[in-house]
Design a protein around this ligand. Structure first.
Ligand SMILES: [Zn+2]
Length: 431
């Protein structure tokens, strides 16, 4: 029975209890010697040595922490300008030990990349020599360096398992997307990812409206049952002005529609990131964008001077110059059919003849040329004809690779179920 209880206890407790049991035994065995008994009653004082023969067995059963001279892990914060030698010097270790440790195998090279704010744990023995070092490389990985013999250390990296769990967020836009997303408890990274995922379909800067909704399922990473970080958005739905867009993350790291068409397209809907567009749509509501577009064949994005402007698609710069009407401006040719134009820059970031990638910064918002205030004037031409970049029909996105299609179809079905389940949960909660 006692054995059974003992076996269920943690090792330290076991050691403690068996230690006690032995002392009780000693007390029982030598009741005729009160002096010795009283001496034995002080046995729990840390670090004392006892001459009773039985205590040899006892000492080996007691946990190490019962002796005040047993080595303890010590924590050293990496400071600005720190390196291993400086930290070792603070810990009272020698330059020789620094050398042996820093050359203890290829994993030890990680010690060269220490950054301020990180922690180094050192286990120093009773002679003041290093016996182990632990350095957390990330939430999951720890570099361990252990002394094997004098002058000989080995290094290894131990990794903890990440448990992935799903969480979800839902919201309805009332004033602007950012506020709605923050209210839905989405992190800043997830808000930017969400706008990125739908950036080829929706102009987050100008086209969002009150009543638009979003529904997001994302990963959360746990280690040993504790939350460590957000993972990727694995599925999302965005309803913009009554039109529903759905994106699902595939194993290849790309997002696809449930039917397996890439979310990535040849043109972004907006050549500026929505976070720089200050005015909320409520103020714009009485100035229909369509009418404005017809009046001057372009779309205006009001933003602060210096706001980065990006290429809407891959292409080649066919014009990058200054004149008194357009100010600093850049034209990009995309394939045979398409040209995009960007006017009134404060500064150009590309040169004529240069190849540019979609999303690459090509200039900065300004008010050069005929401009009342800082804004980007953006034009989209198809076969030389001005078209509204937000309503023009664009080339269809590529479908997922044939050999991936079956696996993706299964995944998509699972993700759609998750999206629909979160909707039901939120509906039930709001009731
Ligand atoms: Zn304009």
């Amino acid at each position: 029975m006692v054995q059974k209880v003992l076996n269920q206890l943690p090792n330290k407790h076991k050691a403690l209890l068996s230690g006690f049991a032995v002392f009780v035994l000693i007390l029982l065995l030598i009741p005729s010697d009160p002096a010795k008994a009283s001496k034995n009653s002080q046995i729990l004082e840390v670090g004392k040595r006892y001459d009773v023969p039985l205590t040899i067995a006892t000492a080996s059963q007691l946990s190490e922490e019962f002796f005040e001279d047993s080595p303890q892990w010590q924590n050293f914060a990496v400071k600005k300008g720190d390196n291993l030698a400086k930290i070792f010097a603070r810990a009272g270790l020698t330059p020789q030990e620094t050398y042996y440790v820093s050359t203890a195998g290829k994993d030890a090279k990680q010690l060269l990349k220490m950054r301020p704010g990180q922690q180094l744990q050192l286990l120093i023995d009773n002679e003041g020599k290093l016996s182990s070092l632990a350095y957390a490389l990330s939430a999951t990985d720890t570099l361990k360096i252990d002394k094997q013999a004098a002058k000989t250390y080995t290094s290894s990296i131990s990794s903890k398992q990440i448990d992935k769990r799903y969480n979800y967020a839902q919201g309805e836009i009332k004033s602007n997307f950012w506020n709605a997303a923050v209210n839905a408890n989405l992190s800043q990274n997830h808000i930017m990812s969400l706008a990125g995922i739908f950036g080829w379909d929706i102009d987050f800067a100008l086209e969002l409206r009150e009543g638009d909704t979003f529904n997001v399922v994302f990963e959360e990473h746990f280690i040993d049952g504790e939350f460590v970080e957000n993972g990727k958005i694995i599925a999302a739905e965005f309803v913009n002005q009554g039109e529903t867009f759905t994106a699902i993350l595939h194993d290849d790291g790309n997002y696809y529609t449930p039917e397996g068409r890439s979310m990535r397209k040849s043109f972004l809907r907006a050549p500026v990131n929505f976070k720089y567009i200050s005015s909320s749509f409520k103020k714009r509501r009485f100035h229909p964008v369509q009418k404005r577009w017809k009046a001057h064949r372009g779309v205006d994005y009001a933003a602060n001077t210096g706001t980065p402007v990006i290429a809407a698609g891959d292409g080649r710069v066919i014009r990058a110059t200054y004149d008194k009407y357009n100010g600093h401006h850049v034209f990009i040719q995309h394939g045979e059919k398409y040209v995009t134009k960007y006017l009134h820059f404060s500064k150009r970031a590309v040169k004529k003849g240069q190849s540019v990638k979609q999303g690459q910064v090509i200039g900065y918002v300004g008010a050069t040329g005929l401009a009342a205030g800082p804004h980007l004037h953006y034009e989209f031409l198809v076969d030389g004809v001005h078209r509204n970049p937000r309503t023009v029909t664009l080339p269809q996105a590529k479908p997922i690779a044939k050999k991936e299609a079956a696996a993706f179809a299964k995944l998509a079905q699972r993700r759609m179920t998750q999206l629909n389940n979160t909707k039901r949960i939120m509906l039930a909660m709001n009731r």
